[in-house]
Design a protein. Structure first.
Length: 122
């Protein structure tokens, strides 16, 4: 998983890139998620958007957006996907085992993503 740069960078030749983000609509208590998949030439492959009736913190929303993007890649039988987010806090939480994750909901999401989707040397 990569943090976001200001300029889109293409993935390696045989890989796809999935950019994801979250939006919050506080007045309606809605959190929405979106992701867009492109190939190494920048050609659009697929996209999705979803929403939940939920108030989430920014970090919880970013974690759910990542989880939705992982499910989307899996459902479309994509296994060579670079995931990109604009949340450096989420990248840190997933990259460093000792990173401080503040509440149990977020802790569950980070542990779930780390265990099932992040390759390790287990």
């Amino acid at each position: 998983m990569q943090g976001n740069n200001s300029v889109w960078e293409k993935p390696s030749e045989t890989w796809l890139k999935c950019n994801m983000d979250v939006a919050f609509h506080d007045r309606n208590h809605i959190t929405s998620f979106a992701c867009c998949v492109r190939d190494s030439r920048g050609k659009f492959i697929r996209a999705q958007r979803k929403w939940q009736q939920a108030n989430m913190t920014v970090l919880e929303g970013e974690a759910v957006a990542l989880l939705e993007a992982l499910h989307f890649a899996d459902a479309n039988r994509r296994d060579r996907v670079v995931l990109e987010t604009d949340s450096s806090t989420l990248v840190q939480a997933l990259s460093f085992p000792g990173y401080d994750v503040w509440n149990s909901t977020l802790l569950f999401l980070v542990l779930f993503i780390s265990y099932f989707y992040i390759p390790t040397s287990r």
